[in-house]
Design a protein around this ligand. Structure first.
Ligand code: P6P
Length: 339
């Protein structure tokens, strides 16, 4: 898109869209403003990480037994504080917190937000792109105050989802069900400005992203698909390029813009894959479907998965529609063959 002189800020864009996504009271807009503020603060922290003592491990582990980096904890605090202060969020579900956070004084508010405050944090110390993922629901229950059962909603009920990628530039990409739009942070004015309007992922791509270090453990159908991607065939532009950064947001963002497929399949060691449903797979799946792509566990549409645990993991095949269709077909055919 040629650089336009007209600057459309995230704030202005949200206000313009407000009427379209029935946010009459402006609640969702206030939540987005809180996410935007936290993103700017975390961006500042990430950019100075090599200069002040916030790299390395915090010395604690999260609910998954993973070492928490200092920046994981800082980002988690920033986003939880900002969302709590928005006055619109009754519950925050975070990768870094075992239990959901019921926001004091906002128990009756109608929004729930699930976040991965800093995904890809194993890449922080090596200066690879990392990011924040968020997923927003309305409380379904008729009860006056938020309760546990409000939290277990299928991904198809999200009202908004997005991510912030702290990469060569800092971008915020989100959807409210009206398409996907990307905003780049202009440091000189500290505004997220519309840079990627109406993002659509190509239905076909030439990039596959999977950790081939786990190849020996992959289901046969996944092995078959990986071999398909690597074999020579001029007509279908193969072999494809292998790209795996080890940071979901970075791999996802590249595939979203260029086309491609990202896979985290089940293995005997990780029978449900590694990525979490509520604050990684569901938001990314909402985004990819809004951009014309697909997202599957290999056996079901991710947005249809019934949550049973707030930190549950699911296998994921996500990206260009035709690539996901073929990968899932090969995965299922092999499963049937082994039955
Ligand atoms: P592996 C980062 O820790 C993360 O959660 C995702 O961002 C990334 O896609 C995945 O794990 C990488 O996992 O097992 O391939 O190192």
């Amino acid at each position: 898109m040629p650089y336009s002189n007209e600057i459309i800020t995230l704030e202005q864009f949200i206000v313009d869209q407000q009427a379209l996504y029935k946010d009459a009271g402006g609640s969702l807009s206030r939540i987005f403003r809180s996410i935007e503020l936290a993103a700017k603060v975390v961006n500042r922290d990430v950019r100075k990480a090599g200069l002040v003592d916030i790299l390395g491990n915090q010395g604690s582990t999260n609910t998954h037994g993973e070492d928490q980096k200092k920046l994981d904890v800082i980002a988690n605090d920033r986003f939880i504080n900002a969302l709590s202060k928005s006055g619109e969020v009754s519950v925050v579900i975070s990768e870094e917190n075992d239990e959901p956070i019921f926001v004091e004084g906002s128990e009756e508010e109608k929004y729930i937000v699930a976040i991965d405050p800093l995904d890809g944090s194993s890449n922080i110390d090596v200066n690879a792109s990392i990011g924040t993922i968020f997923s927003i629901y309305r409380r379904p229950s008729s009860s006056k105050v938020a309760n546990e059962k409000d939290l277990y909603q299928k991904g198809k009920h999200q009202v908004a989802a997005g991510y912030v990628i702290y990469g060569s530039s800092t971008m915020l990409v989100y959807t409210t069900g009206l398409g996907v739009n990307g905003f780049t942070l202009d440091d000189s004015i500290q505004e997220f400005c519309l840079s990627h309007p109406n993002i659509q992922i190509p239905t076909d791509g030439k990039i596959f992203s999977v950790n081939e270090g786990n190849y020996a453990e992959f289901p046969q159908g996944v092995k078959n698909y990986v071999e398909y991607c690597k074999s020579k065939d001029k007509e279908t532009n193969r072999p494809y390029g292998a790209r795996y950064i080890g940071s979901l947001i970075a791999d996802f963002h590249r595939n979203l813009l260029k086309g491609g497929i990202f896979m985290y399949p089940p293995t005997p060691k990780t029978p449900n894959g590694k990525l979490r449903l509520m604050y990684e797979c569901n938001p990314m799946s909402f985004l990819i479907e809004q951009a014309g792509g697909k997202s599957s566990t290999g056996t079901a549409r991710i947005l249809e998965v019934e949550p049973t645990d707030l930190h549950q993991r699911v296998p994921i095949f996500i990206g260009s529609a035709n690539m996901v269709d073929l990968a899932v077909k090969m995965y299922q055919e092999a499963e049937v063959a082994t039955v």
